[in-house]
Ligand binder design. Structure first.
Ligand code: MN
Length: 510
């Protein structure tokens, strides 16, 4: 649970994590008699506490009394559904627990489910093993009975196999909890779009009603005038303070300093940030979108404001892209306490040099400083489009290393989460004339296959770029959400197979 403290400090937009918990539920039956059941309970408690105290487990693991009847299981599932603190449940069958007892409870379960297929003892005690031991330690077949009923009922779950002290098992639990946490955060979440979509763009559109049914968050639209009203309420003293923060946290261009010719623009940017922050806080929005085609009453397109709000933990999508805004929020939630950041991203331009192919990712302004390699510089430049005053923005490079891009698209009859693992590369050149934050990466397995696959799968130009979220976390998340995840990584080298995978997914639709 050590991670939570870091999380709270890092991000003031995400609170109450300390109140959240994962329930540890152990199945058994009365057949074995009270003595064995007492041992089952003690062992289960030991595992739950061990996981809960493990510094690699990000939430409290709450032990629940073992369940032995249809009624106990049903009532516990009811409680799990009802509890606002319960993020998900971990189940384990220490002994055999006839699965017909589980049907009624599983039918009503609405929380993410992780099936931990473990065993209390790691090793078989070769010298002492007898039938008492065999009757107590039955997860090898008890969990098969449980797995059968889940498959028979079509229930999505995470399966983790291995001894509970094994670090790879703990890591898998960690990943699943992160996915469940992001799911929990989405339920009842609200995202706001200021203005509509960028005109005629297809991929940023989508079925908001279906998204709410499927994902649990709602997307509302406000006229940008509502935001302007909030911005107008910002007091001068607050702007003074925020400009001081800018001065401390970034290298300010000379023209933005107090005596500089663009200081007024910096103040305007600070005012937009404060107003935007107040608007989101007041309405309890977890993310937002803007569009440069609808800025009535705003003096400049929000640049630094969006960048800093992303860093606080808000989701964001440009040009009305609410799906990416929601995904960014989810991925920020998943990566709580982890090193590395998450940002809204756009595949911008290519470097096709043979054997050194690269993608340059950036946006007009809005890249999150959580991925900055060092202290960003705060600059002002003309935008070229949108017809507004020059916007203030943070400019920085991004470090090399493992990362990924994720894109959530609406195929009309279902959603698809597309992931491409990439290797970021630190820029060798300064790019002195490029006035935006930028990232360079090599898509895996290579430029040709990765991008061909991305286009085949219908991936968007907008993505969430992550240094901290792994494909496994996203896979767990997609399973909880009940959508497909298509992964492009170093194994995606055969486009025929990849194309067939997409075709098969088309048929399965589950
Ligand atoms: Mn864009």
């Amino acid at each position: 649970m050590a991670l939570i403290r870091i999380m709270d400090k890092k991000n003031n937009n995400m609170r109450n994590l300390k109140d959240l918990e994962i329930w540890f539920i152990t199945g058994s039956q009365h057949l074995y008699g009270p003595e064995i059941l007492k041992t089952v309970e003690e062992n289960a408690l030991t595992i739950a506490n061990s996981l809960s105290n493990d510094e690699n487990i990000p939430l409290k693991i709450l032990f629940k009394p073992i369940v032995k009847t249809t009624e106990e299981i049903f009532n516990l599932m009811l409680d799990a559904n009802y509890s606002t603190q319960c993020v998900g449940i971990i189940t384990w069958m220490h002994t055999f627990s006839p699965a017909k007892m589980w049907i009624n409870g599983l039918k009503i379960l609405h929380k993410p489910l992780c099936h931990l297929h473990t065993q209390f003892n790691r090793d078989i005690p070769w010298g002492t093993i007898d039938m008492d031991f065999m009757n107590l330690n039955q997860s090898a077949h008890g969990d098969r009975e449980f797995g059968f009923i889940l498959t028979r009922m079509g229930i999505k779950r995470k399966i983790i196999t291995g001894h509970w002290r094994d670090s790879s098992v703990v890591l898998q639990i960690n990943h699943w909890i992160r996915a469940a946490l992001a799911w929990h955060d989405w339920q009842g979440a609200k995202f706001v779009r200021f203005g509509d979509n960028m005109r005629q763009v297809a991929v940023t559109e989508g079925d908001k009603v279906e998204a709410q049914i499927k994902f649990g968050f709602q997307v509302n639209t406000h006229g940008v005038g509502d935001l302007v009203t909030e911005i107008e309420k910002v007091k001068n003293a607050e702007i003074d303070d925020l400009c001081e923060v800018y001065g401390k946290e970034y290298y300010l261009n000379t023209s933005l300093l107090k005596e500089g010719i663009h200081h007024k623009s910096l103040r305007e940017a600070a005012k937009i940030e404060l107003g935007l922050n107040n608007f989101l806080a007041k309405e309890n929005y977890k993310g937002f979108t803007t569009t440069f085609e609808d800025l009535h009453g705003l003096t400049q397109l929000p640049g630094i404001a969006v960048q800093r709000l992303m860093q606080k933990g808000f989701g964001f999508g440009a040009e009305g892209d609410w799906k990416t805004a929601a995904l960014l929020r989810a991925m920020k939630t998943m990566s709580f306490g982890l090193a590395g950041g998450n940002s809204f991203m756009e595949d911008y331009t290519y470097h096709f040099e043979p054997n050194n192919e690269l993608v340059l990712g950036a946006h007009m302004l809005e890249i999150c400083p959580s991925i900055a390699i060092k202290k960003p510089s705060c600059e002002i430049h003309p935008l070229g489009i949108g017809g507004k005053a020059d916007p203030v923005r943070l400019v920085f490079n991004v470090q090399g290393g493992k990362a990924l891009n994720a894109s959530l698209i609406d195929l009309g009859h279902r959603f698809r989460l597309l992931v491409n693992e990439v290797k970021a590369v630190e820029p060798k050149f300064n790019l002195p004339k490029l006035p935006v934050a930028r990232v360079l990466w090599k898509p895996l397995p290579d430029m040709k296959n990765a991008i061909t696959a991305w286009l085949l799968a219908g991936g968007a130009h907008h993505t969430v770029y992550s240094q901290s979220v792994t494909s496994e976390i996203l896979f767990d998340f997609a399973e909880i959400a009940g959508i497909e995840l298509v992964l492009i990584n170093d194994e995606t080298k055969n486009m025929t197979h990849f194309n067939n995978e997409l075709r098969q997914n088309e048929v399965s639709r589950k």
